[in-house]
Design a protein around this ligand. Structure first.
Ligand SMILES: *Cc1c(COP(=O)(O)O)cnc(C)c1O
Length: 404
């Protein structure tokens, strides 16, 4: 994360990759400009050892290319494309790989922005959507597809796992089996939003996914100071994603790219510290008399729903904890209003701990019936645990609970 893909000799010996704050790049000769465009516009394949020359910052920029090479290492992906937001990463994938008449199968609950795009934008394009829930078996999902009458149109399975804020898990290898069974002449793609667990604690490409997406605003950025996104996968799929990115113009800028590279240097130490803290916090909450229940992957026991998937698919328990306070909205709000160290804000994965009330905040757009089936109640609080000392975090939780 410190040196991969960067050559100091190309940048006056600078130890760190500078910010290439430039819109365009000067060609040495007209022939070189022609050669770069031939590759960029897909008129011919790259020659062995030929590097795609720099043309224009909507197509490529060193701060993005080096960052993309480094992100590939975590997920062992062939290629990566970074975006100016997680939503632009997700919507570019959906727009590139779906067309009118196709069916999208997706896991519920899903991030609010993605949910909105799936329900309010894709249908306008004539794309059908069908949701399934954690805990549904392979046979039940196949039955759901059968009952929809659109099984043969299935083109993509979009999965977000673990689910927000419940930490319910979706089995990626089960999705792969479903996709393989229903595949006709074109591969049915599995796209996974790995924001909650990646890139450290879950590697979807190794469990049958074709595309991995991130809101890099969260753990990858990690300091609550940028909005960014990323998509990873095979070279042929990323070629398509990058081409659409070129024409939508939603790539990250050089400044965002540079900040993400800086963030990557501490990614592992930050995430591991956050996870250690979250384990302490979850254990403490589970024993607290004012807490009714805790959802944390690290508390799953053999026999619990999701335990088998967790053991197979996850390399860690993460830093997202949700819990139900005894009482309802009033008790939850009293707790939130009395926090001193933990900030009352949405978002997650950053160095500072955050708390929020999903039902009235991140999930305010979800209808009542879905809130019920997802167990997003008035009493539910979501915490994103940061890198503060765990005793300070627990002290804050205790003093806020004391006011309830
Ligand atoms: C935040 C988030 C997004 C959206 O990302 P932005 O960077 O805010 O555009 C998508 N999916 C998940 C799971 C998220 O948490």
């Amino acid at each position: 994360m410190m040196t991969h893909g960067y050559k100091p000799e190309l940048s006056e010996g600078a130890i760190k990759c500078p910010i290439f704050q430039t819109s365009t790049f000067v060609f040495k000769t007209a022939q070189e400009g022609k050669a770069f465009f031939e590759v960029a516009y897909g008129k011919r394949e790259k020659l062995p050892n030929e590097e795609l020359g720099l043309i224009y910052s909507r197509i490529n920029n060193p701060d993005l290319e080096i960052l993309e090479n480094r992100l590939c290492l975590w997920d062992q992906a062939e290629d990566c494309a970074v975006f100016e937001s997680g939503m632009s990463a997700i919507t570019t994938v959906l727009l590139e790989f779906l067309k009118p008449g196709d069916l999208l199968l997706y896991s519920r609950p899903i991030y609010g922005g993605t949910d909105h795009f799936i329900h309010h934008f894709l249908p306008k394009m004539g794309i059908d959507v069908l949701g399934f829930k954690p805990g549904q078996s392979e046979a039940e999902i196949l039955q759901l597809l059968e009952a929809s009458g659109k099984k043969s149109q299935l083109k993509m399975i979009f999965v977000e796992t673990p689910a927000n804020p419940t930490n319910d898990l979706i089995d990626l290898s089960c999705c792969r089996r479903i996709a393989d069974q229903l595949e006709q002449d074109e591969r049915i793609l599995i796209a996974t939003d790995n924001t909650y667990m990646g890139p450290l604690w879950q590697h979807p490409l190794q469990h049958g996914a074709d595309l991995v997406m991130y809101s890099a605003t969260k753990y990858i950025g990690g300091h609550s100071d940028i909005i960014a996104g990323a998509v990873l996968g095979s070279k042929p799929l990323l070629q398509r994603v990058k081409t659409l990115r070129t024409f939508l113009g939603n790539m990250a800028g050089p400044w965002t790219g540079w900040l993400m590279m800086r963030s990557l240097e501490t990614l592992k130490v930050r995430m591991e510290e956050q996870q250690k803290n979250a384990q302490q916090v979850a254990k403490h909450l589970a024993d607290h008399p004012k807490v009714a229940s805790v959802n944390y992957l690290g508390l799953l026991q053999p026999g619990d729903r999701g335990y088998d998937i967790f053991s197979r698919q996850c390399l860690g328990s993460g830093a997202m904890v949700s819990f139900e306070i005894k009482g309802g909205e009033s008790e939850a709000f009293t707790f939130l209003n009395h926090l001193k160290l933990i900030k009352l804000a949405v978002s997650l994965g950053s160095t500072e701990s955050l708390a929020q009330h999903p039902k009235s905040m991140t999930h305010a757009g979800v209808d009542d019936e879905d809130l019920k089936t997802m167990q997003i109640t008035d009493a539910k609080i979501r915490l994103s645990i940061g890198v503060e000392h765990h005793q300070d975090i627990i002290w804050d939780i205790d003093q806020a609970l004391h006011h309830v």
